[in-house]
Design a protein around this ligand. Structure first.
Ligand SMILES: Cc1ncc(COP(=O)(O)O)c(C=O)c1O
Length: 325
């Protein structure tokens, strides 16, 4: 993994190698963290974070669902992210904000543990590999079911919940596939380990709904809007497992992976990236790289400079209701 010079940690910019936490950090033991995965892209008008405020809203909601208030206002995290990208000299990068229960009382009740925050940003190509973005990948339906709303919270991007994705991803990789696709607890198609899934059948684009235990993906929302703007019919409904393999086209979307075509599921060939996939992939990339006026609304151009010295605690931690403003 490539590194960068600085990480923003609890209000300060610290050197990458100094961004440390105590081994008794609550989140390390019990998974009590929430995070985001964002990307910034180099556009003609400078570097821009894609749908930054949507990611920060989801971070806040993820935290809320696990009884945490963000320790900094969203606007402060946004400004710090701009500054971080600039100080790290990054043009295009992956951005990882994380909020977690820190070092404090041990045990399952975390409410007296401090809530801490950091943002890291570094260069990270599409996580399924550049090859995957340009070509296609193979997937296998996982033997693991996606976490159920009866025991956890699929809508929250919470650290501990990702053990589910980790298991499915290891299984897929060891089986010789690039990605695993999880079914929900009812046996309907849910999503990839870190992406939402779409199928195309007879010209109609179909994707599982919120009630299928998906993460409310920001790429998913963007691709649905782009597809509708291009005149496609997009339907959110339950998808049966067999529909995946009988689809004309299957593709995955997520911030880390971007838009990736799936050429085979469970060793049954779907084929090379289809017409709709390629059309959406091109339009989505135009949006990400600022080549589309229509989707300029999604770009948060970085404007560093409001934060002065490197190590000064320039951003004061806030607590309680003020953090939610
Ligand atoms: C489980 C899961 N589903 C879907 C997604 C796609 O979400 P987004 O498009 O917001 O990155 C992600 C990535 O964050 C994920 O981890």
């Amino acid at each position: 993994m490539s590194t960068a010079d600085f990480i923003w940690l609890n209000g300060e910019f610290v050197a990458w190698e100094d961004a440390k936490v105590h081994v008794l950090t609550h989140a390390l033991h019990y998974g009590t963290s929430v995070f985001e995965g964002e990307r910034a892209y180099e556009t003609e008008k400078g570097t821009a974070v894609f749908r930054h405020s949507d990611h920060l809203d989801r971070l806040e909601n993820s935290a809320k669902l696990f009884y945490m208030d963000l320790p900094f206002a969203k606007e402060q995290i946004r400004e710090a992210t701009h500054e971080l990208i600039s100080r790290n000299g990054l043009r295009s990068c992956y951005i990882r904000p994380l909020v977690w229960r820190g070092h404090g009382p041990m045990g399952l009740d975390p409410e007296d543990n401090p809530v801490e925050a950091m943002v890291a940003a570094w260069e990270w190509p599409s996580f399924l590999g550049e090859k995957a973005k340009e070509e296609d990948i193979t997937a296998k339906v996982s033997s693991w079911r996606r976490i159920s709303p009866e025991s956890l919270i699929p809508q929250s991007k919470a650290g501990g919940q990702y053990l589910n994705s980790v298991l499915a991803r290891i299984e897929a990789k060891r089986g010789g596939y690039e990605e695993g696709i999880l079914l929900d607890d009812k046996g309907h198609v849910c999503e990839g380990t870190g992406e939402n899934v779409f199928i195309v059948k007879d010209g109609v684009i179909v994707t599982p709904p919120q009630t299928a235990s998906i993460l409310d993906g920001i790429s998913r929302k963007s691709v649905m809007e782009i597809a509708r703007d291009l005149g496609h019919t997009v339907v959110e409904r339950d998808v049966a497992r067999a529909e995946l393999t009988l689809a004309d086209e299957v593709f995955l979307v997520g911030t880390a992976a971007e838009l990736v075509a799936v050429s085979a599921v469970d060793d049954i060939e779907i084929g090379k990236p289809g017409e709709v996939t390629l059309e959406l992939q091109a339009a989505y990339e135009d949006a990400l790289y600022g080549r589309s006026e229509r989707y300029e609304k999604w770009l948060d151009y970085i404007h560093p400079g409001s934060i002065e010295s490197v190590n000064a605690p320039v951003i004061q931690r806030i607590t309680g209701a003020a953090a939610r403003s």
